[in-house]
Unconditional design. Sequence first.
Length: 88
Amino acid sequence: TGYYYEKGSEESRELAAAIKNRIVKSLDTTDRGAKGSNFYVCRKTDMPAALIEVAFISNPAEEQLLHSDTGVEKAAKAIFDGIKDYFG
């Protein structure tokens, strides 16, 4: 899931979506969308900001992914690639 400040800029929504899209593609996890939020970390910034939930430990398959070096490396690369996509 990608979160952005719901009353913020379109750029934040695009950043959250770009990172979320790469994570879903790389990790083959459920696409939970990019959603507006009121999270402090997204709201209190002057630049595009996103909060990303890579996977959930309440899901056994996703928990396993987060416990593996390969899964963590894939997640990090996906975040990096999503940021690159955002900046074009």
